[in-house]
Design a protein around this ligand. Structure first.
Ligand code: MN
Length: 229
């Protein structure tokens, strides 16, 4: 089935049988599905991510994924499902690729905003720093691997911190809206490498954007909590 196959090609991994769908949980308590509030002011991450980029990215792009998803799912079996369930179920059905794409992008950006934080330069600490050291040869190796993974995504996509076939931490590029969680793997951290995430601020300098976000805008406590969960 196409979506799974594409994801596997991009990820270079096989999918697992178990479904790993942890945070975020966007419930159907309110129907239609509601996009969560941005957990910081639009200008709070500048200059790493400008207010203009956040206004467009959260206010236009992320909103559009929720709006489109609500429109597409309203007359379908997905209408009563929460966001994670829509994503997992539509991933199995290539005829529901439009629903999958919008559900995954709605979900991806919730994960993304939750793991960002104002305050400037910071690094992983404690157990997370040790794990990154063991797996990537240190923080610099981690950043380099993130950039390398982004280069393996030809067009739009994401770099996800997830687990590989041997249960080790891995940074993997996924095309379009695909993410590990839709295919049974944990999604600990996602770096959006669609051009809308960086072009206003960095033009074509995608690697500079990835490094800046990792150096200055990641809430490593959130990432560590996701790994421990
Ligand atoms: Mn995006």
């Amino acid at each position: 089935m196409e979506l799974t196959r594409r994801s596997v090609i991009a990820a270079g991994v096989t999918t697992l049988g178990a479904t790993v769908l942890s945070a975020p949980h966007i419930s159907r308590a309110a129907s239609p599905l509601q996009r969560p509030a941005l957990p910081f002011a639009e200008d709070a991450l500048a200059p790493t991510i400008s207010a203009k980029t956040l206004s467009l990215h959260y206010g236009k792009h992320h909103k559009a994924y929720f709006d489109k998803l609500n429109t597409l799912t309203a007359p379908t079996k997905y209408a009563d499902m929460d966001l994670a369930a829509i994503m997992a179920e539509s991933a199995k059905n290539s005829s529901d690729s439009a629903i999958f794409n919008n559900a995954a992008q709605a979900w991806n950006h919730v994960v993304y905003w939750e793991q960002l934080k104002p305050g400037g330069a910071n690094r992983p600490q404690g157990e997370l720093a040790s794990q990154i050291g063991e797996t990537f040869g240190g923080y610099e190796g981690f950043v380099k691997k993130a950039v390398d993974a982004s280069d393996q995504v030809f067009g739009t996509g994401w770099v996800w911190l997830t687990r590989d076939d041997h249960n080790g931490l891995a940074l993997v590029g996924y095309e379009d809206g695909n993410n590990p969680a839709a295919f049974g793997r944990p999604a600990y951290m996602g770096i959006d490498v669609w051009e809308h995430a960086y072009y206003v601020d960095y033009e074509n300098r995608k690697a500079d954007h990835i490094r800046a976000v990792l150096d200055k805008a990641i809430n490593w406590n959130v990432v560590g909590d996701r790994i421990r969960a």
